[in-house]
Design a protein around this ligand. Sequence first.
Ligand SMILES: Cc1ncc(COP(=O)(O)O)c(C=O)c1O
Length: 408
Amino acid sequence: MPVADLQTIRAAFPALSRIEAGHPAAYFDGPGGTQVPTAVTDAMVDYLHHRNANTHWAYATSAETDRALEGARAALSDFLGCDPDEVVFGANMTTLTYHLSRALGRGLQAGDEVIVTRLDHQANVAPWRDLARDLELVVREVPFRPEDGRLDVDAYHRLLSDRTRVVALGAASNALGTVTDLAPLVAAAREVGAFTFVDAVHAAQHQLPDAHALGCDALACSPYKFYGPHLGTLYLRRDALAALDPHRLPCAGDAGGERLETGTLSHEAMVGAAAAVDFLAGLAGAEGPRRARLETAFVELEERADGLLDALWGGLEALDGVTLYGPRPGTLRTSTLGFTVAGVPAEEVTRRLSDEQGVFTSHGDFYATTVIDDLGVGPDGLVRAGISIYTSPEEVERLVSGVAALAG
Ligand SMILES: Cc1ncc(COP(=O)(O)O)c(C=O)c1O
């Protein structure tokens, strides 16, 4: 079964019918959060209208809620590449990471070492730094190379030692699109007995996570970055989850991911996240296991995105005064691109693209503050354009000509 074509995909997103500045709105803000297909909002409305209840009671809608949430755990386990009892839900990745870091902290002591990177979003840095401050842990920081946006893997291996207790790595940079080949880094960390935490929030929009194959202890991502509602989800390896001593109510559920979940969750968002997984799998047809369909869909959709990235990079590179950052197309990267326009602050670039072309791009540091510091682009930061599954060649051309009008 071939993967759905662009027109079919676009028809699923009501947001694409918005008119902005006389143009159909073009959403290049996917790295900050993608648009949502009707299938996802329908599932959320259906839940709220017909099955809305709290869990674990002996009446129909409560039982249906239990089943819907079980279904959400199963869908997200197919997405993450793990088992349903290894899936934790929470408000967002940042909150889940703080919570997990605090739980891990109960097993750490002064002088233990934590590795973070300068290529990561602060959500995978600040929780570990805060923990280090409270427990007097030592933080080791892996640099990246500003010239190509790649993590300094040699430095990582030099920093890793038998004192390292936690390694916090990003699967892909939300500012530059850099994808890091994490498997060897995770394997090396496990050899010294460190807990391995992977931030896959940006990566998961472009590459299907495979938590078990990667071998990490924990991997976080957020369904609102892959066409779902605002929500966070975490893979936690079964034995790591069981060994954890999280801050929790003693009377709360303790099975699987529930160990790390606090209070009533957003049931409708969990249902919506499952619908997003089904939507993505459904792009590769209705037959066969969901995980296999997800794999097929992701491979094909990323190939299409790579083609659009080539066009976008090439178009922008040809413009005087435009500087592109991060790895070149055709290398290990996502289709997210950071750039500056000489003499025009990043915020102004994005405002004018919106006002004049109906093109939505983002500006600033995207909470990847150390990336912006080390690139030396100044406090305005970058303009960021992300290609998503609904991006069309016409939108890429419009973005390039909009930037050309600004740069010229
Ligand atoms: C790479 C990366 N990590 C973490 C986060 C934070 O995710 P959340 O908003 O779910 O806390 C983001 C959000 O933009 C991100 O891009």
